[in-house]
Ligand binder design. Structure first.
Ligand code: GLU
Length: 331
């Protein structure tokens, strides 16, 4: 397979995605896409508030999508809790929230397009094999070292005979892809042969996020900045599938004092935890909104109250470090 320029048109063809032409759409769209793995904590809630403010301040629609493809962690009951958390904070969304587990066909269609275009190969590697081969000096850190890319017919037959189901990887020529983030500016990464479908048959996040955001006509993706480094991969997939790239804004993470990403083990970080400490939802919104660098008029606010004042330029592009047990003072 040659490089992208050798493909007809902009990509491999993606006619089944019913995304109307952008010119025909009266409003643009943003979204929040939580994984229903438990209650949302203040880090997730802060990202949700930011995503809502970006969308609503631009007069855009705002969608809710549950990223529930991993049966090991995603649970229906968490969706209801997460929905309630968002509603308590005064966030609203347009239409019915979608679940990725009900959209498998779309992901398989996209995979079939990439397979047809010769852009994929099967990979039987275990994590250990990858770890060992990836320590070779010529392999960039975190990149798949290409073990299954050049297998002989004999080696493929041996692996097939093992009965182990293979993952499906994207065949890349290690393109160096730049994206421009609204908050972080230009960001480049070399894209490796990323997994498109896991060995257990589940389509991988990096593929499904592109398929869904394109199919749902999301034009601005606002999410936490731990995903900034994956975004050139997404941009590459948009290009390969012939889909228009959205714009991206990656909101800094909330960290705990130990420097780790904030998690439930760090203390009272969910909405019910804060309510048990007699913090009102309005107070939670005020603290989280102020932590983003926005001007908050009252001790307690709802996101609607700060909509007129919102400007992406005000957002602090550094992680917010929070000690939940000391929140009584700062809160
Ligand atoms: N589901 C991811 C999360 O909960 C977010 C992915 C995205 O916004 O693209 O962290």
């Amino acid at each position: 397979m040659g490089d992208d320029a050798s493909l007809p048109g902009a990509g491999v063809g993606f006619s089944h995605v019913p995304a109307p032409a952008r010119e025909d759409r009266p409003v643009s769209r943003g979204r929040f896409a939580p994984s229903p793995t438990g209650r949302l904590h203040v880090g997730n809630l802060r990202t949700a508030i930011a995503a809502w403010l970006f969308a609503r301040s631009a007069g855009s629609e705002f969608l809710l999508r549950f990223e529930d493809l991993d049966p090991g962690t995603a649970r229906r009951e968490h969706e209801d809790d997460q929905r309630r958390d968002l509603e308590m904070l005064g966030l609203d969304w347009d239409g019915v929230p979608v679940r990725q587990s009900e959209r498998i066909e779309r992901y398989e269609d996209a995979l079939a397009d990439l397979v047809r275009a010769g852009r994929t190969y099967r990979c039987w590697c275990s994590r250990r094999e990858i770890r060992e081969a990836a320590s070779a000096p010529h392999v960039p850190s975190g990149h798949y070292p290409g073990i299954c890319r050049h297998l002989t017919a004999r080696q493929i037959a041996d692996r097939e005979a093992s009965g182990k189901p293979p993952a499906l990887r994207l065949r890349t020529d290690a393109p160096d892809i730049e994206i421009v983030d609204r908050l972080h500016g230009p960001h480049r990464e070399v894209v490796d042969d990323l997994v498109l479908r896991r060995g257990d048959g589940i389509p991988a996040y990096n593929l499904v996020v592109v398929v869904d955001d394109a199919a749902q006509s999301v034009e601005e993706v606002v999410r936490a900045d731990d995903l900034l480094s994956s975004t050139p991969r997404h941009a590459h997939l948009y290009d390969l599938l012939g889909l228009p790239r959205p714009s991206w804004a990656h909101v800094p993470l909330v960290l705990a004092p130990d420097g780790e990403r904030l998690a439930k083990r760090h203390g009272s970080v969910t909405l019910p935890d804060r309510e048990a400490l007699e913090d009102s939802p309005g107070r939670v919104v005020a603290v989280l909104t102020a932590s983003l660098g926005l001007d908050v008029p009252e001790r307690e606010v709802m996101p609607h109250d700060v909509l007129d004042r919102f400007s992406a330029d005000q957002i602090v592009v550094a992680p917010w470090t929070l000690s939940p047990d000391e929140l009584r003072d700062r809160w």
